[in-house]
Design a protein around this ligand. Sequence first.
Ligand code: HPA
Length: 279
Amino acid sequence: MHRPRAAAAAQTLRSRFGEPPMAAVIAGSGLGALADALEGRTACSYKDIRGFPEMGVAGHLGQTAVGALQGRRVLILGGRSHYYQGVDDEEVLVLVRAAALWGCRILVVTNAAGGVNPEYRPGDLMLIADHLNLLFRSPLRGPNNDAWGRRFPDLCHAYDPDLRRRMREAARLEGIALREGVYAANLGPSFETPAEGRLLRLLGADAVGMSTVPEVLAARHMGLRVVALSYISNSLVHKPEGVATHQEVLDNSRRVVEPLTRLLRRFVAGLNGTTNGHE
Ligand code: HPA
């Protein structure tokens, strides 16, 4: 059998950064600046990690950084691959799988998303309570790697209730308003039509994006505990004329980096040995 890419990448992470941190954070579009908050940071380009994806989307830095937030070491993955780039499952999932094989136990996913809940406004932060997989396929299809996880992973608690509670508490302590809702994954790369925005609302979505769901499936397959945050970069309800642009997504990301950093710092500070991810 060929050696999975993720195993090679995990090996490189181990040799570059040593012991695994408890948590890995995927920084979504425009959120790579999260890594600037790390104390005692060591960083390297995705190019220097065997098996990591090549970054081709503006706003995705392609940089891995390890350092401390409030004294707790974390891995920040600045940039991800998306299916709309035409890449395969392994390319989309390698970051999560490498972090898991290295030994991280908690995955914090961040993304930019369009609001379909009429109460949401650009700049809002949303804790993901659940998702709708509108990619209509699972990245886990095909032969199962039993060493990584079981064939039929349960998704009832895909977004860990205890970690969500901790995130809500961190937001309260920081005075940050935090929405909580359902994230729908759309393949992209086009933004949704106004009719699709209305349909997503009828289906029970609060926000829609082009990432996260495959990563969460891979993480749950490997037994990682997951918590995920969307930043609402645009609204499909209040500005449904199809004028959402990637530039708008990146511009709006600047104002959420500060509250998001504070939120993550407070959240990570509360993690301890009992939240090490073993279920
Ligand atoms: N739709 C899909 N993905 C997105 C959007 C959107 O409106 N905004 C940011 N990512």
